[in-house]
Design a protein around this ligand. Structure first.
Ligand SMILES: Cc1ncc(COP(=O)(O)O)c(C=O)c1O
Length: 360
């Protein structure tokens, strides 16, 4: 079986060091820090990610969904706000916006699934964008749009830690940015986790308060229980120290794929030339995508569809907007296994199986 994700192999590669990091926390009894403490495991991890993304502050929270929700809240988004959002992403993106009580206006995507055609006629209160599959959207254009409308640009960087836009790291490409450390994400946690990245100390304090029952700032009636536990923080901090090597392994895997897929006339969705992708996902647009998926199942190759339908179509967000590019993308795409520890013979087996399916 060629599994889609590789978190188990990441564990195997570093098992005793990961276990030692987790045990260290469990033995201390200090598993969850509910207030910000200098020098704690959580604090060290927050500082490491902030340094990696060239941010002043990182505030770790319970999930990427919460990280995005808290980012919106700290930017004043709530009932009565109108937030622009790409039509294609994991549903958590739109869900976080909806949770604030704001109205969502979806924006159609380009052929890579990245936010395109920003509306000229409506007056939004914020723009949320996603670096889908680890590929970076056109930040300069988004920044210009947000500056013109004087609205915050909010980067959902759940899939793009380690990607760069003209040498600017993802995580820095928004007035505020959010990350996810779910097991399927580029920097995975053995559980759930997320982080808000900001350069504003007041915003950092507000989110530290939001993540633990509204304590601390005195500005909130209530907050949430959304702390990243210290065992996850300690393990994640170790994995972050290995992250450059993990990224270069994924890059190598992508190169094997590219060469082999090119031979059979298939290209994957790539990042544009002035950006560097973290190679989080290997997505191809395929004829008879569902047939291919079923065939690869018989070859014991796990694949996924990112995503089966645009968020603008989902019942819970349906705005009745037409999103032709998003619809087409969702009909065509299929994601092939990719992770730092995928082996060359596994990549060849996936590509040979695709070749066999199409008879080329
Ligand atoms: C683009 C995007 N945003 C947000 C999230 C939510 O992250 P989490 O699963 O950590 O809540 C995800 C996770 O799949 C995602 O892919």
């Amino acid at each position: 079986m060629i599994k889609f994700g590789g978190v188990d192999r990441i564990y195997d590669a570093y098992s005793w060091r990961i276990t030692r990091r987790a045990k260290e926390v469990w033995r201390s009894g200090d598993v969850v820090s509910t207030s910000h403490t200098e020098g704690s495991w959580l604090d060290k991890f927050e500082k490491s990610v902030a340094k990696f993304t060239k941010r002043k502050y990182g505030v770790a929270v319970g999930s990427g969904t919460d990280a995005l929700y808290f980012s919106l809240r700290v930017k004043g988004i709530g009932p009565g706000s109108n937030v622009l959002c790409p039509a294609v992403s994991y549903l958590a993106t739109a869900e976080a916006i909806k949770r604030t009580g704001a109205t969502i206006t979806f924006v159609d995507v380009d052929r890579k699934g990245l936010i395109a055609n920003l509306p000229a006629t409506i007056l939004p209160d914020a723009l949320v964008y996603v670096n889908l599959f680890g590929n970076l959207a056109d930040y300069d254009r988004l920044r210009q749009y947000c500056d013109k409308h004087k609205i915050p640009l909010i980067e959902d960087a759940a899939q793009s830690l380690g990607s760069f836009y003209k040498k600017i790291p993802s995580g820095k490409l928004g007035d505020i940015s959010s990350l996810s450390f779910a097991p399927s994400k580029p920097l995975p946690c053995f559980g759930n986790g997320g982080m808000v990245l900001t350069d504003d100390i007041e915003e950092a304090k507000f989110i530290r308060s939001l993540r633990y029952h509204g304590k601390g700032t005195g500005k909130l009636e209530h907050g949430y229980n959304s702390c990243l536990s210290n065992d996850h923080a300690n393990v994640l901090n170790f994995l972050l120290s290995k992250y450059k090597s993990l990224l270069s392994r994924s890059k190598k895997v992508r190169q094997w794929y590219t060469k082999k897929l090119n031979d059979i006339g298939i290209s994957s969705i790539e990042s544009s030339s002035d950006t560097t992708s973290n190679n989080h996902k290997l997505v191809i647009r395929a004829q008879d995508r569902d047939g291919l998926k079923a065939f690869l199942d018989t070859k014991k190759i796990q694949t996924q569809i990112h995503y089966p339908q645009p968020m603008s179509r989902m019942k819970m967000f349906d705005t009745g907007q037409e999103m032709p590019n998003a619809e087409k993308l969702c009909q065509d795409v299929i994601s092939l296994p990719i992770h730092p520890f995928l082996k060359k013979d596994e990549v060849l087996h996936v590509c040979d199986s695709i070749k066999e399916y199409y008879g080329v």
